[in-house]
Design a protein around this ligand. Structure first.
Ligand code: MN
Length: 394
């Protein structure tokens, strides 16, 4: 007799008992039904899309802090806005924090045109809430007490090992973190609303199920600015997210934040960067002299990198006794962050660093000229050292 036969025998022995005891039968069926239902619920719970898990988690708290990375950009700011909108719909207060500066005139235009309330912090003690959600970065950095923070949740598209205690969603194939938050809205069943449909007095951002035009416009700009208008480093998900948000875009506001007016001083600095450029083979250095707005220095570097045949560029300028350097490289031989670091390393209090394609640094003119232990270097020598660093000679 095989195993099947044995099972059948056992069933035949058990079945009559079941038939004789209707109460027992009902009991067994009820328990079975309960187990199946519970199992189904658990499976459904585990399979909930991240947007629903994220919203459910935030809803458990009275208040959360949303932390952007230092010197937040449109992607980070728009993500923070989206988290706030989700939190508000769940009755949770959300306060948006950043460290550093809101730099670049595009980012400041973003903040003012969209009338966003962001709180600047210098240390962990400036954050009032116990629970912290990180957007567009996965490890808090660049302020006092940053390392001690154990975030509740992390939503990001950068590589890294930072995680949230209860929720982590890092998608490195996405061009913008804003695309991830946009998907959360989709998963929650929310839809963008046409700007004309919104009554200005009515605080639309609290309406559940509706992505406000401010947030939709911000997210689109976040996607555009992190992907060079969907031309660089983006995936189909970024295109889909932009398409989803499209009906909610406030076109005039998007135009104002994407193409802000340029101040005359920045335009002058750009002109000097172009005319004063020193190009040697594939590298360029340009000294724009004294500037009123240091944001113009990296913009000059971006502009010069567009010059045919130039693969790496450093622009320097000064403001209030401090020299700022901004470098860009599309040359695999030049790690721009390391190059600038090597140049300012010998100057007391000099700071430099960055990524392979993008680097920056600063040093005080006083220290450069030799207050410190070294003999000091002149501005012309600094200029020469930049070429040496790009050539890998430092
Ligand atoms: Mn980003």
């Amino acid at each position: 007799m095989g195993a099947v036969g044995a099972t059948r025998d056992a069933f035949e022995e058990f079945a009559p008992t079941l038939l004789e005891e209707p109460l027992l039968t009902a009991g067994v069926l009820a328990v079975l039904f309960l187990l199946l239902t519970l199992g189904g619920l658990v499976v459904r719970y585990l399979r909930r899309p991240p947007g629903k898990r994220f919203a459910g988690l935030i809803g458990k708290y009275d208040a959360v802090a949303v932390l952007m990375h230092p010197d937040p950009d449109p992607d980070a700011i728009s993500c923070a806005l989206a988290v706030k909108e989700i939190a508000t719909s769940r009755g949770t207060d959300a306060t948006l924090y950043y460290s550093g500066e809101i730099r670049h005139h595009e980012n400041r235009a973003f903040e003012t045109v969209l009338d966003i309330d962001l709180k600047k912090i210098k240390s962990k003690a400036d954050i009032n809430e116990d629970e912290i959600i990180l957007v567009d970065h996965n490890r808090p950095r660049n302020f006092q007490g940053a390392e001690a923070i154990e975030p509740l949740a992390v939503v990001d598209h950068h590589p890294g090992v930072g995680t949230g205690r209860k929720f982590t969603d890092i998608r490195t194939d996405y061009g913008a973190c804003a695309s991830i938050l946009t998907e959360y809205f989709e998963e929650l069943g929310w839809n963008p609303v046409r700007p004309a449909d919104v009554d200005e007095d009515e605080e639309p951002e609290t309406a559940e199920g509706v992505v406000s035009p401010i947030t939709a416009t911000a997210l689109v700009h976040g996607i555009q600015s992190d992907t060079k208008s969907l031309t660089k480093g983006c995936s189909v998900d970024d295109f889909n997210a932009a398409a989803f948000l499209y009906p909610g875009i406030d076109n005039s506001k998007l135009d104002r934040i994407a193409n802000p007016d340029v101040d005359p001083d920045s335009l002058d600095a750009k002109a000097r960067a172009i005319t004063e450029r020193d190009v040697r083979s594939a590298f360029a250095v340009s000294d724009v002299g004294t500037v009123s707005n240091t944001d113009s220095i990296p913009q000059c570097a971006d502009e010069l990198l567009r010059l045919e045949g130039v693969n790496a560029v450093v622009v320097l300028g000064d403001k209030e006794g401090e020299i700022r350097l901004a470098g860009r490289s599309k040359d695999d031989r030049v790690h721009m962050g390391h190059a600038i670091e090597a140049v300012v390393d010998d100057i007391p209090m000099g700071k430099g660093g960055g990524h392979p394609q993008m680097g920056g640094g600063k040093c005080s003119i006083e220290h450069m000229e030799g207050l410190g232990p070294g003999d000091g270097i002149s501005r012309d020598e600094l200029h020469e050292r930049l070429f040496a660093a790009m050539n890998g000679e430092l």
